[in-house]
Design a protein around this ligand. Sequence first.
Ligand SMILES: [Mn+2]
Length: 305
Amino acid sequence: MISPSRDIDIIGFPMDLGANRRGVDMGPSALRIAGLEEKLTALGYRVHDQGDIVIGIKECQKIINPRLKYMDEIVRTAAILSNRVASSLDRGHLPLCIGGDHSMALGSIAGVAAHCRNQGHELGVIWLDAHADANTDDTTPSGNIHGMVAAAALGVGHPELTGIGGFSPKLAPRHFAIVGVRSIDPAEKDNIQQLGVPIYTMTDIDRRGMDAVMTEVLQRLKAVDHIHVSFDLDCVDPAVAVGVGTPVTGGLTYREAHLCMETIADHGSMHSMDVVEVNPILDIRNQSARLASDLVASGLGQRIL
Ligand SMILES: [Mn+2]
């Protein structure tokens, strides 16, 4: 059992090279302005904001391979993030990576996996998302790398993506769980089947309820020492979170999303977290960033009572 950290390192990753829709590069600012640090401080954490990692903007980049758009800059900056995340964990802190599009998780998961490998800890990942993000450069309909990151963590995809941190896969499919999905590309379905990764769609959540689904997810991860939560805000219904990179109807309600986070917090094994795909351009008065920061707080112990 890894003891829970009272120190949180916020690491900003203003990345939008992995997505088609512009604006998620402003996500870190929106989350800070929404009071993320204050909400975590109120829970008793010492919060250390490390600022943003510097990422080249789209206007200064070229697409070299249309099936892997902006890969060089994404891989370069993910490697920097990976080192930051690993050293945060080495200090006994909880790295909270704020994006940015979901390609950020190439770096965060690489860093968490490197730390876990050194410490002999078993890693598990809970991927909260409207999409499965399980494409590869062979199956992608768009060439957007944010749709390839779950596959890459499991060792499937272009070697530049899977190889960040110098080893692959980052974890076993049985220790990975995708929750909240409602949009999967046709060829991506085959990838998911081949990977054998547990996936909980909105249909599962409708039928069984969030409590039963999360209880099963955490039961599956009982041999895991360190859970990393990769929270894509688009798992929440766009009626509740309009300011996201790739909205899909039929998502989690406000309370389902909070209950999911509360259940993770109660379990006590989450030691690192991503929050991605907050898009201030599509948002209304920063309400989606406020929701995202509230959900992070729930995942870190905020309670109604
Ligand atoms: Mn995603």
